[in-house]
Design a protein around this ligand. Structure first.
Ligand code: NAD
Length: 303
């Protein structure tokens, strides 16, 4: 069924996601603070609203795809906020990557204003957003999930109901913990292998079919050669940018602190990617961390 959708945040991810909703036949009214994002969106059939409030008024569904929790909560609240202008029972789909506690706060605000909410962060990157092949991890009631599913299906191919409010963000943060730490482990192993005179190809051939096997090794391999499609083969062009890994592990550390979970490797990985993302690494694929590890390793005679 055709819906009137307000789409707030038309950046690298939101722009192509909104374009896919238009392609699926929905009427999309979009808003972004950046004029260039609005211009691109206009060429893709998105109606440009003068403000978030103008986009949200009269919408059946409000989707947010913004940088961080404070942007989402800011856009929701206030006299002209999205919650105030939307008609009763509007479905709010929050697709940005934000802290679990911000996602839960957003759910509470949505419910208190008489609306319905779902946190539905994504994985799959800019390519997945453009091709409509994102994975959505959703948190909220079964009823809200059922209503959201056909809309999310216009932007993604895998839509998983993870549980109640905040469960989508929880799944995203836990998955990215595994990813961030495993990429460092794989990279350290390759650098040690190099120092020990082992070829990258030989280590890959063994580990990819042994207990070291993981996505960081077999799909996003940090050395060029063994996996031709991995970012290492094209100068570490993302892919998944170092800045985003640093952001997501920052959210993981926030969740560790609020729950009291001791996760020493994740805390260390957060520090490693935060430093990586200060310089050029911000815009490079996160697998470029291998170059930092190599550069920071002492020069000794190869064994
Ligand atoms: P982006 O910076 O390209 O887009 C964010 C957009 O939000 C910008 O165009 C900005 O102008 C706009 N914006 C900021 N505050 C606003 C406001 N108050 N009202 C309206 N517009 C506002 O970022 P992105 O890469 O599109 O990422 C969006 C979200 O998706 C982030 O939470 C990110 O962590 C998450 N994400 C990104 C990727 C990726 O590969 N880029 C992958 C998965 C998840």
């Amino acid at each position: 069924m055709v819906k009137k959708i307000a789409f707030i945040g038309l950046g690298h991810m939101g722009g192509p996601m909104a374009a896919n909703l238009v392609k699926a036949g929905h009427r999309v009214s979009g808003f972004d603070l950046a004029p260039e994002a609005l211009e691109t969106a206009r060429t893709q059939g998105i109606e440009i609203a003068a403000s978030a409030a103008a986009a949200g008024a009269g919408a059946d569904v409000v989707i947010t795809m913004l940088p961080a929790g404070r942007h989402v909560l800011g856009a929701y609240q206030g006299e002209n906020g999205l919650l105030a202008v939307a008609g009763p029972g509007t479905l709010f789909l929050e697709c940005s990557t934000i802290a679990v506690e911000d996602a839960r706060a957003a759910h509470e605000l949505v419910a208190a204003a008489g609306h319905r909410g779902l946190d539905a962060p994504v994985s799959g990157g800019v390519g997945g957003a453009a091709n409509g092949t994102l994975t959505f991890m959703a948190g909220g009631t079964a009823e809200n999930f059922a209503d959201a599913e056909p809309i999310l299906a216009a932007m993604g191919t895998r839509i998983v109901h993870c549980g109640g409010p905040g469960a989508g963000q929880a799944a995203k943060v836990c998955n990215n913990m595994i990813l961030g730490v495993s990429m460092i482990a794989v990279s350290e192993a390759f650098v040690l292998g190099e120092k020990l005179g082992l070829s990258n190809e030989a280590l890959f051939d063994v580990a990819s079919a042994a207990s070291g096997q993981c996505w960081a090794l077999t799909t996003n391999c940090p050395v060029p050669g063994p996996v031709p499609a991995s970012p290492a083969n094209r100068g570490y062009e993302p892919g998944f940018a170092g800045a985003l890994m640093a952001k997501d592990l920052g959210l993981a550390v926030q969740a560790l602190e609020s729950t009291g979970v001791q996760a020493r490797l994740v805390s260390l990985a957060e520090e490693v990617y935060r430093q990586f993302a200060v310089g050029e690494g911000a815009g490079r694929d996160f697998s470029g961390i291998i170059n930092e590890i190599r550069a920071n390793s002492k020069t000794k005679e190869t064994v």
